[in-house]
Design a protein around this ligand. Sequence first.
Ligand code: NAD
Length: 302
Amino acid sequence: MKNKIVLVGCGNVGMAYSYALLNQKTYVDKLVLIDLDKEYTEGQAMDLNHCLSYSPSKIEVISGHYSDCKDAKIVVLAAGANQALGETRMDLINKNSFIFKSIVDEVMKSGFDGIFLVATNPLDVMTYLTLKYSKLPPNRIIGSGTTLDTSRLRYMISTKVNVSPEDIDAFVIGEHGDSEFVPWSTVSIGLSKIHNFLSYEDQKKIEDDVKNSAYEIIKKKGATCYGIGMCLVKITNAILEDKKIILPVSSYDKKNDVCISTPAIVCSQGVKEKIFIPLTLDEEAKLTKSINTIKDAIKSLD
Ligand code: NAD
């Protein structure tokens, strides 16, 4: 099997990812669904296979087992609790770290030797735990990180300045959570600095709206899923097609011993390298705060 993906956790996020995969041209040949309830994943596999007559890709979807991970290129982890109303991502740490130990152990027992792509929150902690539990090389452990927050940021700037999101060079970096931030000094549109387009007040409002998006969506519809589904497809395709594109994924930062999002090159090897970003002193302080937030959360697990 050339490009097999195994998805563990077929709830809102997992199924949004699966459906987004089927709606695009992708190199994925086979998608294996794993969840707690086998009958449920059988039903999901049937439903997804019934899209294939009209899908631009030919992906075989099956309900599977951990043994299917053996020859998988990517195992996507979207299992675990999601935020209830008023909960932060960090509030999920105890429940989801417990679940992840058994899942990653099962995946590794199969002989898996590919790339993990993590979506479960608290994202940076779960990415770090996947690295520690699996003992795979750090370049092969990728968290979706602030890819979703960055997509929200580019969309919101684009609607304000009326330029395509693709031409907005902007990233959210740091923790995928409350300490994330926008390094505005680095943001540009068509080589022109962002302050030529947006006032300080506009920037602040957009940054707050990005940070509060998940809380707002959860209040209105209970969970977020389509945005992250599309981000996971973007990362999957970057790996399978060896695209070498720059995405703010969560990856291992050896100096600080955390997984955190800064722009990095994503290719067939996983994360090739993190890009150096010239930050102002104020932005450096925000990044340090974000690193410490994740470190403290990991320490709290000991
Ligand atoms: P959900 O409750 O809809 O789905 C979770 C699924 O995990 C369920 O189907 C459940 O049965 C399954 N599961 C639980 N324990 C399992 C186990 N041991 N083995 C296999 N499957 C198991 O939740 P959701 O809305 O899909 O969210 C999933 C995770 O993704 C949450 O942690 C959520 O916070 C996170 N999330 C991340 C982002 C992001 O940007 N990274 C965005 C949205 C949601």
